[in-house]
Design a protein around this ligand. Structure first.
Ligand code: ADP
Ligand code: MG
Length: 367
């Protein structure tokens, strides 16, 4: 125990050889890494002590690496369900009696301080936040060099895998609006929590789905406490994903909840158009989704031409498309202060649900 892979070793930002997404990550070096290092816990006992200090609410199980090896059949290839910036994700089942299906995210062990910090951010944020639109953290492993997170299993995987798949059936319009609403509720909850949280890496691969297409935000590695008191922003290293990050954040490193709102606008556009935020395989003028779509969003007729062609014209309510497009337009305002609050976005999306929801109905499918 205690032989952590962030101690006195190289400082690497968020990139991985296992990254499957083509979307490039934004990274910038941190001067504060070294001074932060000594404060980070390096074993399960220290993690639990820190969680108690931070008024943690959710009970988490501290797994041994051996237990997790067993529940994933030795991290076998056929248990693999995902890979991203920080490692591989395996399916497994834990507990005696009725086993609970889980997703086990094993960090690469690339010896980076950054890796440990992102792992810890997930333990801290998901360890005390709880909401129907946030993925549930079941436990973790912090043993020697191993850093693992164990989440509830989300059977339909990520929104990215549905939206951009060539093999899966196209998502119907109503499902897209349901996904948009669930994710908006998740972000609104974070922004209005007792201690507000900025999510910072909002994108389709970080929105996961249950059997009824309820969305849950996952991957809190880049989440940050929001500004407190009369501070207008938090200053951070610039991290996130190109194509989703707000322009003012990329330019200044000043992070506000409005940076999440911009990313939300990009995801909403992806849901409307079925196009990726950045797509190098398209003609140059169409490669950046926001640049291509923005001029059309406020035109009632032209906007219909950017709807995902896999949804038939008869299969979406024109009014709903126009409203969703207008909402995306406001989220993408270059002036962060002119963007809507997530709670207002939730209110705008509720009437677009089919069948319409009552304002305080948080479980449209009854789950
Ligand atoms: N709880 C889960 N249930 C099902 N699939 C998951 C779960 N967590 C992650 N995945 C899959 O693994 C991918 C990467 O997970 P993520 O937490 O975003 O890791 P990274 O930090 O590497 O981006 C997701 O896009 C998804 O496909
Ligand atoms: Mg991710």
């Amino acid at each position: 125990m205690g032989n952590c892979w962030f101690r006195g070793i190289s400082y690497v930002n968020r990139v991985s050889s296992t990254a499957k997404s083509e979307t490039p990550k934004i990274q910038s070096p941190s001067e504060r890494d070294r001074s932060d290092e000594s404060r980070l816990p390096s074993n399960a006992r220290e993690v639990e002590a820190m969680r108690l200090d931070s008024a943690a609410r959710n009970p988490l199980t501290a797994f041994s690496f051996e237990e997790l090896r067993k529940v994933t059949n030795g991290f076998r290839q056929d248990s693999l369900i995902g890979g991203g910036g920080f490692g591989r994700v395996y399916k497994g089942a834990v507990g005696t009696g009725e086993p609970l299906q889980v997703a086990v995210k094993v960090h690469d062990g690339d010896n980076s301080f950054q890796g440990h910090r992102e792992w810890l951010a997930e333990v801290i944020f998901l360890g005390h936040l709880s909401h129907p639109n946030l993925v549930k953290l079941v436990g973790y492993c912090c043993e020697d060099d191993h850093r693992v997170l164990v989440y509830e299993y989300m059977p339909l995987g990520s929104v990215e895998s549905h939206l951009f798949s060539r093999v899966m059936a196209p998502l119907p319009w109503a499902t897209r609006m349901k996904i948009a609403l669930g994710a908006a509720r998740g972000l609104a909850f974070l922004h209005e929590a007792e201690k507000p949280v900025i999510y910072r890496d909002f994108k389709t691969s970080n929105i996961l789905l249950d059997y009824e297409f309820n969305s849950k935000l996952s991957d809190f590695g880049l989440a940050k406490d929001g500004p407190v008191g009369d501070m207008s922003h938090v200053s951070t290293r610039i991290m996130g994903t190109y194509g989703y990050a707000a322009p003012e954040y990329i330019m200044t490193g000043h992070l506000t909840a409005m940076s999440d709102v911009y990313s939300y606008g990009v995801v909403l556009l992806e849901l409307v158009t079925g196009r990726k935020s950045l797509d190098k395989s398209r003609p140059v003028r169409e490669q950046t989704l926001t640049d291509w779509a923005l001029p059309m969003l406020t035109h009632k007729k032209k906007v219909l031409a950017i709807v995902d062609p896999r949804i038939g014209f008869d299969d979406y309510p024109v009014r709903s498309v126009q409203k969703a497009a207008m909402l995306a337009y406001h989220c993408l305002n270059r002036n962060p202060k002119a963007r809507p609050l997530m709670r207002d976005i939730v209110a705008s999306l509720e009437p677009l649900q089919q069948p319409p929801l009552l304002p305080d109905d948080h479980t449209p499918s009854g789950s």
